[in-house]
Design a binder for this molecule. Structure first.
Ligand SMILES: Cc1cc2nc3c(=O)[nH]c(=O)nc-3n(C[C@H](O)[C@H](O)[C@H](O)COP(=O)(O)OP(=O)(O)OC[C@H]3O[C@@H](n4cnc5c(N)ncnc54)[C@H](O)[C@@H]3O)c2cc1C
Length: 718
């Protein structure tokens, strides 16, 4: 706590102490105010402004310091000032006092609370940012929590001060009128109990629900308005419960779920079933990585005690194997399989023509329209191709086209230092290409902690990859037969000759050409389709999931979203589910692999979340040593003083598999003690998870207690 906070705390504590020490609390009892009522009324008649002003200040002080007596003062206001003036004075004084209490709590405690519990307060924070005013008005109308508790707790949330003030003043107005009115008959009041009768409380409850009801009505009107231009085109009967556009990971899972719950569903794909993941993404890249790794291990066979190994290969055969792997997995995503599951699979280009109709253009040009009560957009993303001058002239590869290569280019530039760029750069280098990886940011894998980027960069340098960070691609040129990338680094121009350039600069959601424009479905700044927490677009019967909606671009997040999109589409009128983003893991399949779930240090610092770090070096792990994989680490961030996991980063062999234990721990709220208490098979890489939990336990051993145990053992020696 800094000096100004200490100072404020001292002032507040001093004021509260003085209030009780001087016996001021004795003036704020029913008997006392009744006894003084006549005198005060007289004083008010003589000097109205002064008395009202002093009363106002006293009221503000009592509420700002959270002192007992606000209810008595409200009655007194009625007795001295009458109903209307009393209501006016109390309404403003109580709102000002409440806001001062709110601000004090915010100044003293909010940073601490948010940094300590911020990771788990995410949903509350989002709810408060969205609906804070509604909650507050309800709390003020229905006093389920004492006035001062509401002030102090609200200070810890992200609600805006102006919103707090206004919502408090509006929410407290009726209660204030009731109390002030009773105060006008002060002589007849014997106790504070019974001022708010159950009937009155019930009517307040109805009033409290009014803002929420009003909101629901406004939402319903907004929905009607969105559909208004299309109303005439709403079919009386629908062909399908659900139409899904795109048969990638998101579309396949949406259709699968719909069919599983016996809905009639059509899945429309214009290109290949399985989308990016199967055809140009996860599957081919992982197949290529495996072949590259085998070659790398063969080249380094001496590390395994095998003096030399000859590995002959033809790049074309390696790429054919990649296609064979795709072919082996293809049946999982095939039309045959999905048809057998009950999905109507249609090949063609889909276009949403009304909120309930999708037009499909088959490869032979034939058109048909399918009507559906709900539509799921799962149109995916495509490689980002920035308008760098000269790019079209030199030609380029992307993650869409690289799989058709059959000859290994000699000099490869990989533009982009993200996961896809890193995975493919390492593959090309392992097959023998001279690889230069060019990244504009100061390091590779910028989303991970700097030490992770360092390890990957070092591994890349050891394998002969030239990593150029802080290099900005300016243009491409031809120098005779040679293609050249001209980049800028530290104010200097750098010329990089190459034979092939692979663009790995991110992926753009597919948002054009299939009806979003016609229906006016907006996109976000990140160019994804704009959806709410339930994955609904502007039209509540049109949903979007997977890469096209973001925020993540992974197969497992596409599948995760697809469940919500399908279930909310089919059953949303009964119950809707908000996408749970609390625990999202991912992995970059470089060697070493980099896997993460939850927070890393960079994120925790940026968000001001307090954490402790526990590390375990995999160089110490028996199985890793036996496997010549003794490198990397497991790094766990926990809530200070607790075993609750905030996030984990694992760098090393099979990191993507190892992290699953922590994904489960975070998802189900089990901490490091439970990981430590679980038997792990010896010798496995998974033991690293247990050892890091052991490190945490050692660092949190109760030293005081252990000292007594030591004394006990010494005493036992006799
Ligand atoms: C090289 C690479 C490696 C990757 N590695 C991994 C990895 O290891 N792990 C991981 O989790 N993720 C990985 N990804 C990301 C992963 O592939 C995507 O996140 C995932 O495929 C997204 O699925 P989706 O269903 O949203 O989109 P997509 O798979 O792109 O599917 C969208 C489908 O919609 C179709 N479509 C679009 N518009 C229309 C239309 N108008 N009519 C009909 N059909 C249409 C498209 O043809 C496409 O088949 C990788 C990606 C790449 C490029």
């Amino acid at each position: 706590m800094n000096r100004s906070k200490w100072l404020l705390l001292l002032v507040l504590a001093g004021a509260v102490a003085a209030f009780f020490a001087l016996g001021l609390h004795r003036y704020l009892t029913l008997e006392e105010v009744k006894a003084r009522q006549a005198g005060l009324t007289e004083a008010f008649a003589q000097r109205p402004l002064m008395v009202a002003g002093l009363f106002f200040l006293a009221y503000v002080a009592v509420t700002a310091l959270s002192l007992p007596g606000a209810a008595i003062m409200t009655l007194l206001a009625g007795a001295i000032f009458g109903l209307w003036w009393g209501t006016l004075v109390v309404s403003f004084a109580s709102s000002v006092g409440a806001t001062l209490a709110f601000l004090s709590s915010r100044f003293l405690l909010r940073d601490w609370v948010q940094s300590r519990f911020g990771a788990r307060l995410g949903a509350i924070n989002r709810g408060m940012a969205r609906d804070g005013a509604f909650y507050l008005v309800t709390l003020r109308l229905v006093p389920v929590a004492p006035f001062f508790v509401v002030n102090l707790l609200m200070g810890l949330t992200p609600i805006r001060t102006g919103t707090f003030y206004l919502a408090s003043q509006i929410g407290m107005l009726l209660g204030t009128i009731v109390y002030v009115n009773v105060g006008t008959q002060l002589a007849r009041v014997d106790s504070l109990k019974g001022i708010v009768s159950p009937a009155l409380l019930a009517s307040f409850l109805v009033l409290a629900a009014l803002p929420l009801i009003a909101r629901a009505v406004v939402d319903a009107f907004a929905r009607r308005k969105v559909y208004a231009p299309w109303r005439a085109q709403k079919p009386a009967r629908f062909d399908r419960n659900l139409v899904v556009i795109g048969a990638g990971s998101a579309g396949l899972v949406s259709a699968y779920i719909a069919a599983a719950v016996k809905a009639s569903v059509t899945l429309i794909e214009r290109h290949k079933m399985g989308g990016d993941c199967l055809n140009t993404g996860c599957v081919p890249s992982k197949a290529l990585i495996r072949s590259a790794k085998l070659l790398h291990q063969a080249r380094h066979s001496s590390a395994y005690g095998i003096r030399s190994m000859r590995a002959e290969f033809d790049f074309a055969e390696v790429m054919q194997r990649v296609q064979r792997v795709i072919g082996a997995i293809e049946p999982h995503d095939s039309v045959e399989r999905y048809t057998s599951l009950g999905v109507d699979c249609v090949t063609g280009e889909a276009k949403i023509v009304t909120p309930w109709a999708v037009e499909v253009t088959a490869p032979n040009g034939e058109r048909r329209t399918i009507t559906a009560r709900n539509i799921v957009i799962a149109a995916g993303a495509r490689p980002l191709v920035p308008p760098i001058p000269g790019l079209e002239d030199v030609g380029y590869l992307t993650s869409d086209t690289v799989w058709s290569l059959r000859e290994l280019p000699r000099r490869v530039i990989v533009l982009g230092g993200g996961p896809i760029g890193c995975e493919l750069a390492q593959c090309f280098a392992r097959f023998g290409a001279e690889v230069t990886q060019v990244e504009m940011a100061p390091r590779l894998l910028v989303r991970e902690d700097p030490e992770v980027s360092e390890i990957v960069t070092r591994a890349f340098a050891d394998e002969g990859i030239r990593v150029l960070v802080e290099h900005k691609a300016l243009r491409f040129e031809r120098d005779g037969d040679t293609k050249v990338l001209v980049a800028e680094h530290a104010g200097q121009t750098v010329r990089l000759p190459f034979d092939a350039v692979l663009l790995a600069l991110g992926r753009s959601p597919n948002t054009a050409g299939y009806g979003l424009e016609t229906l006016g479905i907006p996109t976000t700044a990140a160019r994804t389709v704009e959806v709410d927490g339930y994955l609904r677009t502007r039209y509540p019967n049109i949903f979007a999931c997977g890469d096209v909606a973001g925020p993540y671009q992974f197969t497992h997040t596409a599948a995760h979203m697809a469940w919500y999109a399908a279930v909310n589409a089919l059953f949303g009128r009964f119950k809707r589910f908000e996408v749970d983003w609390r625990v999202v893991p991912w992995c970059t399949f470089t060697d070493p692999e980099v896997a993460r779930v939850g927070l890393n240090e960079t994120d925790a610092k940026a968000r001001g979340i307090a954490y402790e770090v526990t590390r375990y070096g995999i160089d110490d792990l028996d199985r890793a040593i036996a496997d010549e994989a003794a490198h990397g680490f497991v790094k766990v961030l926990t809530v200070p003083g607790k075993d609750t996991v905030l996030g984990v980063t694992i760098v090393g062999e099979h990191a993507g598999d190892l992290i699953a234990e922590y994904v489960a721990a975070m998802k189900h709220g089990t901490g490091l003690n439970k990981v430590l208490g679980t038997i792990h098979i010896y010798p496995t890489l998974a033991e690293a998870n247990k050892y890091v939990a052991g490190e945490w336990k050692r660092a949190h051993a109760p030293q005081g207690l252990l000292e007594w145990v030591r004394r006990y053992h010494r005493w036992q020696l006799g």
